[in-house]
Design a protein around this ligand. Sequence first.
Ligand code: S3P
Length: 444
Amino acid sequence: MAERPDYRFLVAPGGSLRGRLRVPGDKSISHRAIMLASIAEGQTQISGFLEGADSLATLAAFRAMGVSITDPENGEVWVEGVGRDGLRAPLGPLDMGNSGTAMRLLAGLLAGQRFPVTLIGDGSLSRRPMRRIVDPLTRMGARIQASPAGTAPLLIEPTDALRGIEYRLPMASAQVKSCLMLAGLYAQGETCIHEPEPTRDHTERMLTAFGYAVRRQGLKVCVSGGGRLRSCRLQIPADISSAAFFLVGASIAPGSDLVLEEVGINPTRVGVINILRAMGADIELLDRRTAGGEPVADIRVKAAPLRGIKIPAQQVPLAIDEFPALFIAAACAQGETVLRGAAELRVKESDRIQAMADGLSRLGIQAEPLADGIRIQGGPLGSATGELAIDAQGDHRIAMAFAIAGLRAQGPIEIRDCANVETSFPNFVHLAAQAGLAISDQRL
Ligand code: S3P
């Protein structure tokens, strides 16, 4: 088999971030928008859709199940909903690429269909744990099978006998919660999920926007099966997880003053802002408003001296995707930063604790990986090129985190295996250049 060419970043050291940017649409919300619009009745207009490989995989999957969806143009997409029971059997397996969200949420939605379907993914996705959804879906009566290792491919056989269950999530996971809620739409009776801590609630908000009743009681959320979704207009905010690289970049690069426009500031996603502020960051939320059922704001961030902190446990699920960027902030802070209670980071697109610890060590930073977190001692960031280049391990967020580290590095930083940046932030290099961070990208 021909080897895939390596896609590398070479980041010039120094600089500052200035001006105004709009980062692409929220990835979590983009997936859900395609899924719910497809099973709604009527035509849904989506704006601000993320045209990244992950959400495009979801879009392609629904087209393969007979849903008519326009090609996204400047983030605008029209979906011709087929109704709750209107999906058709795809001709082959559905390839969810690198996306855990696409695979886990779709598995729930497809568990109650009247046709068989197989979900596959790339090398990284095929290593990620799927028992967390297979077990509760099986309790609901789904006929779903993972590999003996509990991973993809997922084979789903048809059933019309799903039943609602009461389920206590063993980990704080919005993907598992959403998977079960989507299965719950097709189940007899009520499906109730108890979360150990609050996680992102985009599924709950969007179901409500489609006119579907969701009952929320503290940390418990319930849906009843058999209802209908009615089409609507959806405006997707800019992704706070993509904005995070610039929030950290502008905080650590002297002379920075940057505004990030129309960023989603859902309270279940703002851990990165809370943690950076606790470290001393200068972040202001301007013009707070609501768009498409989600709170948004323009975020102004200026350079500020950061100090190391013990990251509060309750912030972990609210910042779960932002830790690679936050570890760069920790490396640039005065003193020690300690994260615990974040074992989930080891089963993301890569083992993010190990990948970040390895890269930080290459830059001369003391970073001690722990089973469920990391301990980072702030200090000067060196350089890493050639044989010593940093390995992003095909993980988009590791690649972008080390790219912004360049703003405070003493020499150039080379990062390999960056192609998956296109899963969540296809124009990252371009926007970074516009703000003042020079990254030359190379295909080798
Ligand atoms: C997501 C939930 C999170 C997050 C992922 C997107 C979602 O995963 O890491 O990038 O859209 O529901 P978990 O819920 O498994 O922690």
